[in-house]
Design a protein around this ligand. Structure first.
Ligand SMILES: [Zn+2]
Length: 554
């Protein structure tokens, strides 16, 4: 009995050991399958999904058609460059790596990294790669010098900061041909410059994206010439998007980024449905290089992009498909829709593939039962159009919104504005009473448009009379970069003052029917500039304060 028992224990032990061996072999095999000989990550500063969709990008389109991608990857807050580049290379958010703003320096910051590795900074992919696979040939080439302080340059075989993207690409090509690196990180900056100087969602911006696309094409071509193309995995991603002339705020336009992965073992023409975060870049790089990621990282490798790995079930989650485009589409300061003087608006919508578009005009979120879009239609009064794409029972997009504002030129509608400039730092709203206006005029909307004559240190004071039809609680919203304040009858309703990116603040007030004085103060310190004012009231969906309820006061 005793003998038998111990015999049984022995065999079961061996049995489990045998199973363990098989499992670990399988595990090892899978890990090896993920491994690539060469990894090239190309990070394009400020490359928004909107840029990829609207610009002429044959190279990136090809990578998406022959690889896996999502245009809904997400960066971290704040949407500034240092914070997001650090997250991309270090598999963590600002809460972990401590780089919470562009002002961060190695010897000057408030939040220490949770762990400090080589060079006293939070361990990036370069550190992890050097420790675990010292034999790897590894380099980083970047146009923005600030990128250099975010990584352990002393661990690189090749480290170079170039003055322009052309030079960065040239250096990268030479390095690829000469050393066939196992891991190369390339940072390109020109798209961000154009976003800042000529505006996001403009034809200039799309031209810059198209130009970068050609540069990416050259890099890929060089791997062919170096004979490593078939053994190279490419990742194209970005640090953030942009709004108006800047970024750093809390809008979707700024935080959404593309993530494109292409190479051997990667699914072809595959839309990644899992959520991808910016810090997943480093985790994916670790997987591709056969590294164990540090415990302090929070990124996860984007495994579902790999052949043989199925996407997990989406239990309570709809599968996200691209949102419909509503025309006229957004352009720099213009949100989709637009201002129509003495004319009707034509609403045209478009969805990708065979998705159906359903829409509402009452400010409610479209559902499977909402009006089906079957062709363009006309609007004769100010309307908020919301649309969603649907495919089957389980696939839907996020909401696209367009604001159509209609106005009659013979009406007394309008807003007076006074425009100011300052030599002093306009970090907060100045006392406009003590300043002399550079120019004054009439406009229809609480927007910057082309009122400003300089990019930095300017302010605008708007005043008008808002007509309220029914009594009740009204909500006002200011989305601004930098600060703004809204007053009704000289009472402060929304306070969004201070130097910051595009963030929205809200306030409420009870109003009686009739006319009420409305004043909006705005200032821009430096960087991007943005202003939009919305309201919402009883039976009135949230929308841009429509110009037909704003009247000139004498
Ligand atoms: Zn920037």
């Amino acid at each position: 009995m005793t003998y038998q028992k111990s015999f049984f224990t022995l065999t079961s032990k061996s049995f489990f050991f045998f199973i363990f061996l098989i499992l670990s072999c399988i595990k090892q095999k899978i890990n090896k399958d993920f491994r690539t000989d060469h990894l090239i990550i190309i990070g394009v500063d400020a490359l928004s999904p909107n840029g990829v969709i609207n610009a002429d990008t044959p190279v990136m389109d090809e990578l998406m058609n022959n690889g896996s991608y999502t245009l809904n990857a997400r960066g971290v807050l704040p949407t500034s460059s240092s914070t997001n580049w650090a997250s991309m290379v270090s598999g963590a958010g600002p809460e972990q790596h401590g780089i919470t703003s562009n002002g961060w320096e190695r010897d000057e910051h408030t939040l220490p990294a949770v762990v400090q590795g080589e060079e006293g900074i939070f361990p990036t992919i370069f550190n992890v790669a050097r420790k675990q696979r010292p034999e790897l040939e590894m380099g980083a080439i970047y146009t923005w010098s600030g990128f250099g302080r975010l990584i352990e340059r002393s661990l690189l075989d090749y480290d170079s900061n170039e003055k322009s993207d052309e030079l960065t690409v040239e250096k990268a090509i030479n390095y690829i041909k000469k050393k066939t690196p196992n891991f190369l990180f390339i940072h390109l900056d020109e798209v961000d410059h154009v976003g800042h100087s000529l505006g996001h969602k403009t034809s200039h911006f799309y031209d810059a994206v198209a130009h970068i696309d050609q540069q990416i094409g050259k890099i890929i071509q060089s791997t062919k010439e170096a004979g490593i193309y078939d053994k190279t995995t490419f990742i194209i991603s970005a640090d953030h998007g942009g709004i108006g002339y800047g970024h750093g705020g809390e809008t979707l336009d700024e935080i959404e980024i593309p993530f494109i992965i292409f190479g051997k073992g990667i699914k072809k023409n595959y839309l990644i449905r899992n959520q991808v975060y910016i810090y997943d870049n480093a985790a994916t790089a670790a997987l591709l290089l056969g590294l164990n990621q540090p415990q302090a990282w929070i990124g996860r490798p984007v495994k579902t992009a790999f052949i043989g790995i199925t996407e997990p079930e989406f239990h309570d989650q709809k599968i996200r498909i691209p949102a419909p485009t509503i025309y006229p589409k957004a352009n720099l300061y213009d949100l989709a829709g637009g201002l129509y003087i003495d004319q009707k608006a034509e609403v045209l919508m478009e969805s990708r593939g065979d998705a159906k578009i359903r829409y509402t005009t009452d400010g409610s979120i479209p559902t499977q039962n909402s009006q089906l879009y079957s062709g363009k239609f006309l609007l004769s009064k100010s309307t908020v159009v919301m649309a969603k794409a649907f495919k089957g029972a389980n696939q839907e997009s996020k909401v696209s919104k367009a604001y159509y504002r209609m106005i009659n030129s013979t009406s007394n509608n309008g807003i007076r504005y006074h425009y100011y400039e300052s030599k002093k730092d306009m970090n907060f709203l100045p006392n406009f009473l003590e300043m002399k206006a550079v120019k004054s005029g009439k406009t229809y909307q609480f927007r910057i448009d082309s009122i400003n004559q300089v990019k930095h240190q300017f302010g605008i004071q708007f005043s008008s009379s808002i007509k309220i039809n029914s009594k009740g609680e009204y909500h006002f919203y200011l989305l601004s970069d930098d600060g703004s304040r809204l007053y009704i009858n000289n009472t402060l309703v929304v306070d969004n003052d201070g130097g910051h990116g595009a963030i929205e603040r809200k306030g409420s007030i009870s109003l009686q029917p009739g006319f009420h004085k409305i004043t909006l103060d705005y200032h821009n310190q430096q960087g991007g500039a943005w202003l939009d004012a919305f309201y919402k009231g009883p039976g009135i969906p949230k929308q841009i304060i429509p110009p037909q309820i704003l009247f000139l006061i004498e």
